[in-house]
Design a protein around this ligand. Structure first.
Ligand SMILES: Cc1cc2nc3c(=O)[nH]c(=O)nc-3n(C[C@H](O)[C@H](O)[C@H](O)COP(=O)(O)O)c2cc1C
Length: 306
């Protein structure tokens, strides 16, 4: 099975993505959170992130017109990237109301306009990440001929409507109906937290499940279970690599704390709380080591299972 690391704005930033690739791996590609223009300018933080040298990852454009998509494509090409993903799925209300993300899906002309960059940049291998629609499944179904006529390397679908946000049920029957008519490689995305959730697909994109259990991708792609001391050791090394990658950055503590929004949800609540409440980097690192030590002893007692 092929596993792709989903992009999560605020979480899958360079320090995290590089640490995952260096220490754990198992992912065919790492998608980067979207780049967008604000009042005609690139955001400073997008430019800083884009200069991290990780040219094997997949930059993503949030654009609603050919001109915007062109400027983002030009930016990523000039940095040396060979891939570009077009975001037609972000459901945040502010994004949708501006006609971006899943808000573009009901407007086939705008989608066609953005997709023109695929021909304008033959050096970029392009993909699309989308929802079923903003308000109706008909939106994605009616885009099928256009998507099939476009030179795409793959299509990622989270089978929800934009108006559902990240909650509510995914509609896997609608996913199958869409995927069966798409001539490109299809990648299923949404709610994959365990091996069982992913097992019926040949390619999956995982976000929150991988942030929670960073070994899930390796286990799925290699068909192995990584348990016991080996598991805890890899998690420790992954965390150390994230800390090292933040060297020189302002406020590393804040960045590291956000990791715990998803990381190791089954760890003891008392220890997680201590990590999140720590007031200095030293205190934080001590609390994290105590948490990993507790995982070691839980494994030894046979109390912890994934
Ligand atoms: C906080 C947050 C930020 C996200 N940022 C992006 C983004 O920049 N680009 C994108 O395509 N999807 C983004 N997503 C959506 C995820 O890539 C993914 O499609 C979604 O979380 C469903 O997959 P999961 O259930 O495996 O997490 C974001 C999701 C969350 C929760």
């Amino acid at each position: 099975m092929r596993v792709y690391f989903a992009p999560l704005q605020g979480y899958t930033e360079s320090f995290q993505r590089l640490a995952h690739r260096q220490v754990i791996g198992g992912c065919a590609e790492y998608y980067r959170p979207f780049i967008r223009l604000e009042r005609g300018e690139f955001r400073r933080r997008d430019l800083v992130e884009l200069s991290d040298g990780d040219l094997d990852s997949v930059p993503q454009a949030l654009a609603r017109s050919y001109d915007e998509a062109f400027r983002i494509s030009e930016l990523v090409s000039s940095h040396g990237f060979r891939r570009l993903d077009l975001n037609f799925g972000c459901p945040f209300p502010k994004v949708v109301s501006g006609g971006y993300g899943s808000g573009i899906l009901g407007n086939a002309d705008a989608v066609r306009d953005v997709l023109r960059v695929v021909e304008a940049f033959p050096g970029l291998s392009c993909s699309v990440k989308l929802r079923l629609g903003q308000s109706s499944v008909d939106e994605s179904m009616s885009l099928i001929p256009l998507l099939n006529d476009t030179r795409l390397c793959q299509v990622v679908m989270n089978p929800r409507l934009g108006r559902q946000g990240f909650g509510g049920e995914a509609d896997w029957a609608a996913y199958e109906a869409f995927a069966s008519q798409i001539r490109h490689d299809m990648i299923a995305n949404g709610d994959m937290l365990t091996k069982d959730d992913a097992s019926r697909f040949s390619a999956v994109m995982i976000g929150r499940g991988l942030l929670g259990n960073p070994l899930l991708g390796l286990e799925l792609s290699e068909g192995v279970a990584i348990e016991g001391e080996k598991r805890v050791e890899l998690l420790r090394m992954y965390h150390r690599a994230m800390v090292a990658n933040l060297g020189g950055i302002e406020q590393p503590l804040q960045k590291l704390k956000t990791v715990w929004d998803y990381f190791l949800p089954d760890a003891k609540g008392r220890l997680r709380k201590a990590v999140i409440k720590s007031r200095s980097l030293d205190e934080y690192l001590g609390c994290v080591e105590a948490l990993f030590d507790s995982l070691d002893s839980e494994w030894a007692n046979g109390d912890l299972r994934y």
